[in-house]
Design a protein around this ligand. Structure first.
Ligand SMILES: [Zn+2]
Ligand SMILES: [Zn+2]
Length: 245
């Protein structure tokens, strides 16, 4: 039986059932009202680079991806990581507003469906979803891995298996915030390990936010080293380059 404290902490985690919008406090049943949802900075996949999700005319690979192809073959992002979308992501992660899992899952599924036919992003053949792991200390502090919750929900919605707890963070790393690209790469080198052969699998990494892509790139290299034939990434949001935080 839950004690009083348990009831309060459960109530705090079940805000999806509150009757007001997370962004404008309009009273209604959805976690984000339809007016606010329309205002969110969604990414037009027809003008995003398939390699890194940065803006690119006609969805061609951008100069940076052509000059230095990243380990991941493709990145799909639903939103630009800026106001007010950043508030939703922060509420999800730092206030355990788990009602947003379904909202973000719906956005990811919709983006995948929009990409149907563009093979490199949407082919789900032998794919498995792999959430980007948190360091054990961060996981203990937060109590949940936001990427694992997203991967589970997206996997259920699209009927794609999810491989949990095989890709691990083996090294605590200082926060990436405030580091430039080279420092981010140094910071994350050797941060991941994978315990399972993913031979012949197409792996889709799932994460909440991609900033410079260093985390996705480091994880992708480890997954390719254990046999993945291809690694793609699906993220809720990406920060525009030059504005990473
Ligand atoms: Zn609203
Ligand atoms: Zn690119």
């Amino acid at each position: 039986m839950l004690g009083v404290k348990g009831v309060f902490s459960l109530a705090g985690r079940m805000r999806a059932f509150d009757q007001c919008c997370e962004l404008c406090d309009a009273e209604q049943a959805d976690v984000v009202c339809s007016d606010c949802a329309q205002q969110l900075p969604s990414i037009d996949l027809a003008s995003a680079c398939p390699g890194c999700a940065q803006p690119s005319a006609s969805a061609n690979r951008c100069g940076a991806c052509l000059a230095h192809p990243p380990p991941q073959s493709a990145v799909m992002a639903c939103f630009d990581y800026r106001f007010p979308l950043d508030r939703l992501v922060q509420s999800f992660k730092f206030s355990a507003n788990l009602g947003l899992v379904q909202f973000f899952t719906d956005a990811m599924v919709q983006s995948v469906q929009q990409l149907a036919g563009r093979n490199e992003l949407s082919n789900l053949g032998d794919a498995v979803l792999v959430p980007v792991p948190l360091a054990p200390k961060r996981l203990a502090e937060r109590g949940f891995n936001q990427s694992a919750l997203l991967a589970s929900a997206v996997g259920r919605a699209l009927d794609v298996p999810v491989v949990h707890d095989r890709l691990r963070r083996v090294r605590e790393t200082p926060p990436q915030s405030g580091l430039d690209g080279a420092a981010r790469r140094r910071n994350l080198r050797g941060a991941f390990a994978c315990d399972e052969s993913l031979h012949g699998k197409q792996v889709i990494l799932v994460d909440d936010v991609m900033t410079t892509g260093t985390t996705i790139g480091e994880a992708a290299e480890v997954l390719l080293a254990v046999g993945a034939i291809e690694v793609r990434a699906w993220v809720v949001a990406r920060a525009l380059q030059g504005r990473a935080s």
